[in-house]
Write a new protein. Sequence first.
Length: 241
Amino acid sequence: MNYWASFGSSAVSGLAPTFIQFRTTAGGTLAPPSISEPGSFGMYFFAYNAATQIAFILDGATSGLSFNDRYVQGVLDPFDNFGTTLTAIGNTSIALGVTNVAIGTTLIGYGVSNIALGTSNLAQGLTSLGYGVSNFALGTSNFALGVTNLGYGVSNFALGNLITAQAATLVSNLGGTASSFGTDLVDPTTVFGFLKRALETREGNETYVKATGILDIYSRGSSQLLAEKTISDSTSETTKT
């Protein structure tokens, strides 16, 4: 950003001004820019792009100026650049206006294509009447939309926890190779447990007492009773109950 300064009401020429103070709002010092006098008309020029607000004091000379004319005070601000930036934006908007003419013409075709869409979405068409008016304050509404999306983020966190809990329950119900296959009084509680019980029943030992008709079914190694059945005969069939 370019800046100019002068000393005295008559803009005294031929001086060699220097910055005697060049400080930030926190009180820190920064290296000041060089200052020169283009031509000989008493106006002194320096360029500086401030990243933060800076206060300065310029000393015009030790002689040739009265005390009241010797010092120039001022502030450099990052917002000083806004004027230049807005000028460029203004020029860009001119081209944008011309481009929008072509867009307006193209949208004629879109209007024809959307006839069927309007018929299919009758309720949506009625609601869109309100949207046309609301778009005037779309900038303000989008602020609220941002806040709402924050809520979605929290909801997604809860959804993730729910999925994790369901996965843990599924793994628990499946069990593993260490799952219990139960006893004659207690059934297995996992899928692995039922599979192991089927294997133990299939390959385990069995004892049958003829006098009582009692059939005992054990796990492999005859270490755990799994079931007890009674065998009975009649003239027509043999049953196991």
